[in-house]
Design a protein around this ligand. Structure first.
Ligand SMILES: *[C@@H]1O[C@H](CO)[C@@H](O)[C@H](O)[C@H]1NC(C)=O
Ligand SMILES: *[C@@H]1O[C@H](CO)[C@@H](O)[C@H](O)[C@H]1NC(C)=O
Ligand SMILES: *[C@@H]1O[C@H](CO)[C@@H](O)[C@H](O)[C@H]1NC(C)=O
Length: 465
């Protein structure tokens, strides 16, 4: 009897086991047979989860931000470059017909309509805005209704364009992602992909910089601080140096000493006006392209010097992973330092941006996520590749000195406002884009670079020799 019982038990367990195994095989099969979902699928993946600020970055982070208010916006005297190819400006292809559905799917591997793209990016922005915590933020007021702020906004264009930034996150995204002229054409996408292919490997972090001959010495000083203060604390990174006009002797020195991947910027494949280095059009193009090769792009102008305060830069890189962008900021009102023609290119009047502080494109961290790629870097690069937007022929008309004086007069003596006296190219454009998306919360994507770096235009010839 006892034997009989135990036999039954054994049989029962065996049957249970078989059933279990069959079930598991079925389970594995269904998983394997499931269609492969591309990792960065736009249609299914609403982007990386937006982390709320409950982690260890929180305390340091708010400290970094609060001090943002103390930054002076003196960093606007972009260095002089040689005046070449001025007469060739305006040689830009018209991208109005270039945008198509295939275009959108290119980096996603899936066909998604512009409408869907806007829907998805709008939802991501909604999440991003919900994650903003800053008690000092006041909602944006409709500034253009004030005649003194409206100033000369609408003059010079046939009609007044948009005089108010949209509230709805989807509309914010739509205004940047919808218009054909703010979309990169398939050809342009292909050129950027080719640039990215020149980089060996895929990294967590790409440190990115560029220099021409007249910044060669300055660039050495940057690289010294990068080697000394950044290299020892970073993991899984590469340094990329773009040559935008070194002599062959400087090139040889750079390649020998930079501890980097040296690349030549392919001016020959882009419109002629990109050779006008002072327009900085090459910079958004490089950043957008390199985003294909790393989780994080750290852009550094040749004037950046890293301090030995390594913990602080790690905090800011951490913030960039969560927020998408961390860029230097200033209290200068960007509408004073941006040509009206750039606002008009984006369909806006400058008065709508009144009181929003300018970003400093000197230093910026960009996270590889669909929102940053599509809603920030793509329109930035599209603007950069259009002379009318970033490098207008009348860019020598005004000077920033004039604009600075007007600003001072306005602030101290309630003088008249006048827009369009000065233009800061890449910096003007990234400010506009971040303002449109984040509006009164724009400081969320700014960082105080003083905690880990200085801007210094002096040089340090001899680091390489
Ligand atoms: C218009 O804006 C200016 C500049 O900010 C301000 O000084 C002035 O008081 C405003 N006027 C009205 C009527 O709100
Ligand atoms: C470096 O980081 C990239 C991106 O996260 C990853 O794909 C790669 O495997 C990493 N390489 C090493 C050696 O850890
Ligand atoms: C860079 O440094 C070298 C060596 O000191 C010097 O001869 C050269 O004039 C410097 N170049 C610039 C652009 O300052």
């Amino acid at each position: 009897m006892a034997r009989c019982l135990s036999l039954t038990t054994v049989l029962k367990s065996l049957i249970t086991l078989v059933v279990l195994i069959t079930f598991m095989i079925a389970l594995i099969k269904t998983r394997i047979l499931e269609p492969h979902v591309p990792e960065r699928s736009l249609a299914r993946d609403p982007g990386p989860p937006i982390l709320l600020a409950t982690d260890s970055y929180h305390a340091k982070d708010s400290r970094l931000e609060r001090n943002n208010n103390g930054i002076e916006g003196s960093e606007f005297d972009k260095n002089k470059q040689d005046e070449s190819d001025d007469d060739k400006i305006g040689d830009v292809e018209d991208n109005d017909d270039d945008s198509s559905n295939e275009d959108i799917s290119e980096s996603v591997g899936e066909v998604v309509s512009i409408k869907d793209e806007i829907e998805i990016l709008g939802n991501i922005l909604t999440q991003k805005l919900a994650a903003v915590y800053d008690v000092n933020i006041e909602p944006l007021k409709p500034t253009c209704r004030n005649k003194s702020v409206l100033a000369n906004s609408c003059e010079g264009s046939k009609r007044c364009l948009r005089t108010q930034l949209p509230d709805d996150p989807k509309a914010r995204v739509q205004q940047l992602v919808g218009p054909n002229k703010l979309r990169l054409s398939p050809t342009q996408h292909e050129l950027l992909r080719k640039m990215a292919k020149k980089v060996e490997g895929f990294y967590d972090i790409i440190l990115l910089t560029a220099a021409s001959s007249n910044h060669f010495n300055e660039s050495q000083a940057l690289l010294q601080t990068v080697h000394t203060n950044l290299f020892p604390i970073l993991k899984n990174f590469t340094l990329i140096f773009y040559d935008i006009g070194l002599t062959s002797q400087e090139k040889a020195l750079m390649m020998k000493n930079c501890r980097c991947q040296y690349l030549h910027f392919p001016f020959e494949v882009f419109p002629e006006f990109l050779r006008e280095l002072r327009c900085y059009s090459w910079k958004p193009v490089m950043i957008k392209s390199m985003l294909q090769k790393a989780n994080i792009i750290v852009w550094m102008d040749a004037s950046v010097r890293f301090l030995d305060q390594t913990e602080n830069i790690q905090v800011v890189i951490g913030n960039a992973r969560k927020r998408g962008v961390q860029i230097g900021g200033s209290n200068v009102i960007s509408a004073f330092r941006t040509f009206r023609s750039m606002y008009h290119f984006f369909g806006d009047e400058p008065c709508a941006y009144f009181a929003l502080g300018m970003a400093k494109a000197t230093f910026g961290i960009y996270h590889n996520e669909i929102f940053v790629d599509r809603a920030i870097l793509a329109p930035w690069a599209a603007c950069a590749l259009t002379a009318e937007c970033m490098c207008p022929p009348d860019r020598f008309m005004g000077t920033c000195r004039q604009s600075k004086d007007m600003f001072k007069l306005w602030r101290e003596q309630d003088g008249p406002i006048m827009y369009g006296l000065c233009h800061l190219y890449d910096q003007s454009a990234i400010s506009l884009i971040l303002h449109k998306l984040y509006q009164e919360s724009f400081r969320w994507v700014y960082c105080n670079t003083n905690y880990f770096s200085r801007i210094q235009r002096d040089d340090l010839a001899g680091y390489f020799s």
